[in-house]
Design a protein. Structure first.
Length: 455
């Protein structure tokens, strides 16, 4: 406790860090207030059906990422996820399209062009998603509740559709702007921080609901079960920290290096190869594919639906989670293969006079790095798959759907990664001013930013 108080005092003494933290908190407050501003013309008292619909499944995940704005029919209802989707598309284009590859090599000017393309693509994504959201909203609301001041209107007019689409587009773009302001003038990666805030905003409600349901159980023992659930959650969080921070360091010996006007010999450095180099992207890709059967079924009830659709729309079923885990392993290897380039790393080392002790430079070095990556990616992918299906495992054991979402999957990995990244930046400010860091054991290691805008 004494060390914590001292750290807070040190943070307050650094004027720049203090201003950045206060600025970030102010932006977060604006975002949270906007999540409760309902679309014009919608009666907030009539959103019970929408909230029930978005309490589980894919819509539950979207609602959690938006911090409850989805279920509130807010001006921020679509959240920042359209921007994340656009960023993923642009990143994939950068791996396959020569034009985007050229932009990536142009430095700052190329980065600005890519950001501009991403923004325009975000507008397109939101423009496609907004009408679907509004149509679903209209279906979930009782007749005449769109314009409560005129109960005689059974169906919303064209003006409501057009204005709502424009507002939803503006809301997502405003959130994106808030994220960029946090990155420039605040602390941490703005987009990632906004996603994390949205997830954390749902945690107290889920925790309170789970606590209340356990206490209301007949026969007693509910409090003990709740404490066991919390202990398991802490254990999963520690697992995610290991998954984010885990690395395998490869020593690189430099026969000769020239720094400035001085020449050095025998300099040794290390290449940190991450156990989970793909980050959270494999889960995102696998999850998108696993929701295709649900989309094709038209969100109908299971009656009259084929066995295949029933099986792969049951998020608690064995086959759904088994295929989901296998796909995460495959995508982890795929994404690692296209983000880690052993040949390029070997060539760079050779050009700079470096070599791995005991390994010949060139092709042998590339093969060695590729072999190491293959070996460490296997446990990393299995670990990632286990974390991804953890919510289904705890749901089967009796944990509520809302609280189970925090036991793994995309949400928990984002929480852990963003918290570590933000703490790493705070610690860097402290160490730069010759203060003690946040930990005694050493510096905090973050994710080094997940792909897609820090996601």
């Amino acid at each position: 406790m004494k060390r914590l108080i001292q750290t807070i005092q040190n943070i307050y003494k650094i004027e720049e860090l203090r201003k950045r933290i206060l600025y970030t908190l102010g932006i977060v407050l604006i975002y949270r207030l906007g999540a409760h501003v309902v679309l014009p013309g919608v009666d907030p008292e009539m959103l019970t059906n929408l909230r029930n619909q978005s309490s589980s499944g894919l819509l539950g995940l979207l609602n959690m990422f938006s911090g409850g704005a989805f279920a509130n029919a807010s001006i921020f209802a679509l959240g920042i996820m359209p921007y994340i989707s656009a960023s993923i598309v642009v990143q994939l284009l950068g791996m396959a399209v020569p034009y985007f590859q050229k932009l990536q090599k142009e430095g700052e000017s190329g980065r600005k062009k890519i950001n501009q393309i991403t923004r325009w693509l975000t507008v397109v994504v939101v423009a496609l998603q907004a009408p679907g959201y509004i149509a679903n909203l209209v279906n979930q609301l009782p007749a005449g509740s769109i314009f409560p001041f005129d109960p005689g209107i059974a169906t919303p007019p064209v003006f409501f559709w057009v204005s709502s689409v424009i507002i939803l587009i503006s809301g997502t773009m405003f959130i994106m702007w808030l994220g960029e302001r946090i990155t420039d003038k605040g602390i941490g990666n703005g987009i990632s921080l906004i996603i994390m805030i949205g997830i954390i905003a749902r945690l107290p409600f889920a925790l309170a609901a789970e606590f209340g349901s356990r206490l209301s159980e007949t026969g007693g023992g509910g409090l003990v079960v709740f404490l066991i659930e919390i202990a398991v959650l802490v254990m999963v969080v520690l697992m995610c920290i290991l998954l984010v921070q885990g690395t395998r360091r490869i020593p690189v010996q430099y026969a000769k290096r020239i720094v400035g006007n001085k020449q050095y010999g025998g300099v040794r450095q290390y290449i940190p190869l991450k156990v989970n180099a793909a980050g959270v992207m494999p889960i995102i890709f696998a999850q998108a594919i696993m929701f295709l059967p649900l989309t094709f079924s038209g969100f109908r009830s299971t009656e009259g639906v084929s066995w295949f659709t029933q099986t792969f729309t049951n998020m608690n079923g064995f086959w759904y989670n088994f295929v989901y885990a296998i796909m995460i392993v495959i995508f982890t290897y795929f994404y690692t293969a296209i983000t880690i380039q052993p040949k390029q790393m070997a060539e760079d080392m050779k050009k700079n006079g470096g070599f791995i002790p005991g390994v010949k430079p060139g092709r042998k070095t590339a093969e060695f790095i590729d072999d190491v990556m293959s070996k460490i990616t296997l446990p990393g992918s299995l670990f990632l798959a286990f974390v991804a299906i953890m919510p289904a495992l705890v749901r089967v054991s009796g944990v509520s759907t809302q609280f189970a979402q925090f036991y793994g999957g995309t949400s928990l990995l984002i929480l852990v990664g963003v918290v570590l990244d933000t703490l790493q930046q705070v610690e860097s400010h402290l160490l730069m001013r010759h203060y003690e860091g946040l930990t005694k054991s050493g510096r905090i290691k973050g994710r080094n930013a997940y792909p897609a805008a820090g996601f």
